[in-house]
Design a protein around this ligand. Structure first.
Ligand code: G3P
Ligand code: MG
Length: 376
């Protein structure tokens, strides 16, 4: 299904092993490259004692941008070219749900400005509502949040206008005419209080109908988070709160405000094994597309791929937990997933990681050397 851009130096490509990298806390921190990351990429691109190129992909829980933009940023930060065929963001797998909600209204939360709405539309969601649209229609939804003039102008007019962009115009007279079929938290919230309020309003509504309250609190639409990292590694010397913290707040405050009812939400991203399976498919495709390595089904029924994938991460709860779970699931016949934990991000030296990696190293360059030495 793709045209291979075969590596002219095909003989010197490692076909038995590959790397996959977490981004924040491993390659980048606070928008700046971690110094050893640039050298690590050079080593994988063939600047090593064996002159061998090693295929690799990137698997981040981060998001809030088009994958193409994230690749452009990473290319600049790492001083090389990163292709879209090599990158998965936290929200990338949400694309697969767009056909289920194609003609339904969905709430998309997070990120800066209108970007997440545009990303969701590019995934095939046709009727995307944001918290800004709801605040524009009813400012009393979040008493202390005022949209800036720019936000007001960019937000959709949900009332008295065509609601579905791609279908027959339909007039909505009040917010309760609108039913939200699912909530997708695409990226970190930029305004936790109003986003929390709006997500909870929908979770406690009658079947997702805006501005209604359920009596039983058991009919709310599904709520999907693009990952569940409670903390992550940014520019500050200590870890910062992430989307997983908002997820916990949503669940805890729901319980608190519904006399103890439990709210079950769903998460994509690492450590979900489904995300690692998605990554393995991408890696197989990338190896074939970029390096001309075989991409087919073996007589035993197993698809051809590397024997080992070295996953380099900084967060035991997402990176190590997910890699180890993927390795266990793959079993003896499948690809070995080998976890390497670095000390440049969330994990703090001297502490006991909650999930034990196969190897603990200082930084991403040490991780790359470790994998190559183990193989050669
Ligand atoms: O918001 C991003 C963060 O939670 C983690 O990103 O690259 O470490 O998976 P990453
Ligand atoms: Mg990380």
């Amino acid at each position: 299904p793709f045209t291979p851009m075969v590596d002219p130096d095909n003989d010197n490509v490692a076909d038995d092993f590959a790397f996959a990298f977490d981004i924040d806390g491993v390659l980048v921190r606070g928008g700046k490259p971690i110094p050893e990351a640039i050298e690590a990429m050079k080593v994988l691109n063939g600047e090593n004692e064996f002159g061998i190129k090693v295929p690799y992909i990137f698997l981040t829980n981060g998001g809030g941008k088009f994958e193409s933009e994230r690749c452009a940023n990473l290319s600049r930060q790492l001083d090389m070219t990163v292709s879209e065929g090599q990158l998965i963001c936290g929200h990338t797998p949400m694309r697969e749900l767009s056909s289920r909600y194609r003609d339904c209204s969905v709430l998309v939360v997070g990120g800066e400005g209108e970007t997440c709405r545009l990303v969701a539309e590019s995934y095939g969601f046709h009727d995307v509502i944001t918290p800004g649209d709801i605040l524009k229609a009813n400012a009393s939804t979040a008493p202390f949040r005022r949209l800036t003039p720019a936000e007001h102008a960019a937000s959709r007019d949900l009332l008295f206008s065509s609601r579905r962009r791609h279908r027959r115009p339909e007039v909505v007279r009040k917010l309760s005419d609108i039913v939200v079929f699912a909530v997708f938290v695409f990226a970190d919230s930029h305004d936790w209080a109003s986003d929390l309020q709006i997500i909870l309003d929908i979770a406690q509504s009658r079947g997702g109908r805006l501005e209604t309250r359920s009596e039983t609190f058991d009919k709310g639409p599904p709520i999907y988070f693009s990952h569940s990292d409670v903390v992550w590694s940014a520019a500050h010397e200590h870890v910062r709160l992430g989307m997983g913290a908002l997820r916990k707040m949503v669940e805890t405050v729901f319980e608190e405000t519904t006399s103890g009812r439990k709210l079950v939400t769903h998460a994509f991203g690492k450590p979900q094994v489904g995300t690692f399976e998605f990554a393995e498919r991408l890696l197989r495709q990338w190896r074939a597309e970029k390096h001309g390595l075989p991409f087919g089904i073996l007589p035993c029924g197993r698809s051809q791929g590397p024997k080992t994938v070295y996953f380099v991460g900084d967060t035991p709860e997402s990176d190590v937990k997910g890699t180890n779970a993927m390795d266990e699931k793959s079993g003896r016949e499948g690809t070995e997933w080998y976890s390497i934990l670095v000390k440049t991000g969330v994990y703090q030296e001297g502490t006991e990681p909650r999930y034990r990696p196969r190897k603990l190293v200082g930084n991403v360059l040490d991780a790359v050397h470790h994998g190559i030495r183990r193989e050669m």
